[in-house]
Design a protein around this ligand. Sequence first.
Ligand SMILES: C[S@@+](CC[C@H](N)C(=O)[O-])C[C@H]1O[C@@H](n2cnc3c(N)ncnc32)[C@H](O)[C@@H]1O
Length: 473
Amino acid sequence: MANITDSRWDALLAWLAQHGMDLGELCVEPRERPGAGYGLFASEDCPPSMKLFTIPASALLNWKTLSGHYASPKQLNATCLISLHLLLHRPQGEMESTDPLFGPYISILPRDFDSHPLTWLAKSKIAFEETIEQLLLEALPQDVREALDALWNRLLGDWKKVCQYVRHHPASLTRATRPLESKDFNESDQLLLEFLWAWLNVNTRCIFHRLHASISNPDNFTMCPILDFANHTPDSSMSMQPMPTNADIWGSPQRSKGGDDFTLMASREITTKGGDELCLTYGAHCNTTLFVEYGFVNVFTSDMIAGGSFRGEVNVQNVMAASFDSGERDRAAWLKSTLEDEGYWGDWTLHASPPPAHPSFRLITALRLHSLVASTSKPTMTWESLQPWRAVLLGETEIVSEDNEDSWRKALLRICETIQADAEKQLVSSHLVEESQGKSWGAWMADNIRLLWLERIYVSAAVIRSVETGDQF
Ligand SMILES: C[S@@+](CC[C@H](N)C(=O)[O-])C[C@H]1O[C@@H](n2cnc3c(N)ncnc32)[C@H](O)[C@@H]1O
């Protein structure tokens, strides 16, 4: 391994061995991966489905392994409980965490999340001077910024719960391995920034793990040493696979046990050569989600989007809503309430794959309604006159009418052109790369933002081509 100090890696392995891990079977190691921090690399050839390592249940950081150490743990969800624990035992400066439970694991976690957009947002809320982070935030597409604001609200909601918990249970601080006072869990911006570090560790490094009787319990996840060095691949055939646990197989965790061990296997489909990177597919996430939640994007080229081999996606919510609002006020209000009533308001997207590039069914549905009402001289429609549109929703017919098809496809072209034009303006006016040189991660993140805009241009262009060549969606 390179650059994570050998002593931290050695200490982690020694601690895992104390928990009963078989180090003899370990055939991966973390290494620096330019543009992604560290990654997990094969230390020998790994044939398909080869077992890579097993982390004992007691060394997993999750609700089960922590709850016994906190009073009334049910007052906290897993994200809050793990984040609080990380905060209480955060390494100070370059020192190691002295947490008697998870110290060697906490010590090897990232020490900061400066390149993460949620950190930019937190800093911009707290410090008011102009910073490069502020410029980067201003350069984001509006829907990405809205998704980031929603993530910020999730963070604040969890911070509030943790503050309430600590005020009710100040004794929880007596176990902290750093000086903290319960009054700080109220007003201190500095502590919110530290909570952010803990929370981002949880949010960017956890993986599904069945701990609770209900499979849909949102606390069914864990942080898992070593595995959490794995970077994301959008190609699921390359992805490592968690081995199904007893809880997965039997449909429920055993009551008496503290949860199952976690075993990771190599990709089912390919042999990974010694020295190659081993990745995980975090999920079929679009770039907006990857950027906001994890702080990176899947890289693509215009050809990949034009050919439909990249899962390019563009949210057109704001442009659509603006086009509704540009008409009569009563009509805009009626459109919104009708689409809300039918469950089709919002989440309107364009997609590059599978080809042909296409609008989502939700978007087509909204466009059909917009075109239908626009074809009348009235701001609203009666129940009867809406029936052709509802018949399409119910699958009774395929289209509202030929005219309606023609009209919404033209409206779609206008939306795509607006998105393209906006994005092109942003690219021309952006000097982000030069301005962000001062940060080690600046040019990389400026490039990620450029990709977010390029995706808008390429996907819109691909949808325009589909409409112009008469593709049916
Ligand atoms: C589970 S961690 C993976 C290990 C991490 N790279 C590290 O240095 O510890 C997830 C984080 O890794 C980075 N990452 C993961 N996959 C990436 C990718 N394909 N490209 C760039 N960064 C990636 C992002 O910062 C993400 O939030």
